[in-house]
Design a protein around this ligand. Structure first.
Ligand SMILES: CC(C)(COP(=O)(O)OP(=O)(O)OC[C@H]1O[C@@H](n2cnc3c(N)ncnc32)[C@H](O)[C@@H]1OP(=O)(O)O)[C@@H](O)C(=O)NCCC(=O)NCCS
Length: 193
């Protein structure tokens, strides 16, 4: 099992952190994550069941870790606001997923910042060459976020393998595209075990 990492990015007005949680931190956060995963606005965009229990949350995080995925809790100024992960990591590629949990915290730039941090980790630290996302066609927020990150439509067989069904479009982002577009994050995100 690789060591857990803490990723931080200090911007002019905010402090962002992505923490790879141990089992105790997952257990402490499970109730909050359950409520966010089950909220209609989130579940409908993440192919969630909407009826997860705390045990399901704990099992999701255990399984993510056991399968070689890298999951992070996202904090803004010390406050938990969501989570993100890189899953199905193999052959220099992975799938990315992100949630900003509370409705009141969406649309404030937190998704952009936390996604940037995780992509620095994916490309700079893990040296992946490409990351894939399979957003629903009607997920307007995430399409804007993906465009900001540098994702482009990708209908290749490798990309379609990540599709969640017929409503899901597939996009991918190459390491060099992200690095050229996000020089400040690339330089400034700090990674500590
Ligand atoms: C998708 C999600 C992660 C985006 O995070 P966020 O913090 O709300 O988004 P940000 O404030 O960082 O903004 C990201 C982009 O979305 C745009 N945006 C924000 N609110 C929007 C809205 N209501 N409609 C359309 N675009 C919107 C922003 O303008 C920005 O685009 P820009 O860079 O072109 O300005 C978040 O809304 C979320 O968790 N949604 C539910 C779960 C989900 O859909 N996850 C993704 C699939 S795994």
């Amino acid at each position: 099992m690789p060591p857990s990492f803490e990723l931080t990015w200090e911007t002019e007005d905010r402090s962002f952190a992505a923490i790879e949680p141990d089992a105790a931190l997952v257990a402490r956060s499970a109730e909050q994550l359950r409520d966010w995963y089950n909220a209609h606005d989130n579940a409908s965009m993440m192919e969630g069941s909407g009826v997860m229990s705390c045990d399901d949350v704990i099992e999701f995080w255990r399984e993510l870790r056991a399968s070689g995925g890298r999951g992070f809790l996202g904090f803004v100024d010390g406050r938990l606001v969501g989570d993100a992960d890189l899953r199905s990591i193999h052959d220099g590629a992975a799938e990315f997923a992100l949630m900003i949990g509370p409705a009141a915290e969406k649309g404030r730039g937190f998704g952009r910042a936390l996604a940037s941090i995780i992509h620095v980790f994916a490309f700079r630290e893990l040296a992946l060459s490409r990351v894939f996302v399979p957003p629903r066609r009607d997920n307007h927020r995430v399409h804007a976020l993906n465009a900001f990150l540098g994702y482009e439509r990708d209908e290749s067989a490798a990309a379609r393998a990540f599709a969640d069904g017929p409503d899901s479009e597939t996009y991918s982002l190459a390491a060099e595209t992200f690095r050229a577009k996000h020089r400040a994050a690339w330089r400034e995100v700090e990674v500590r075990p």
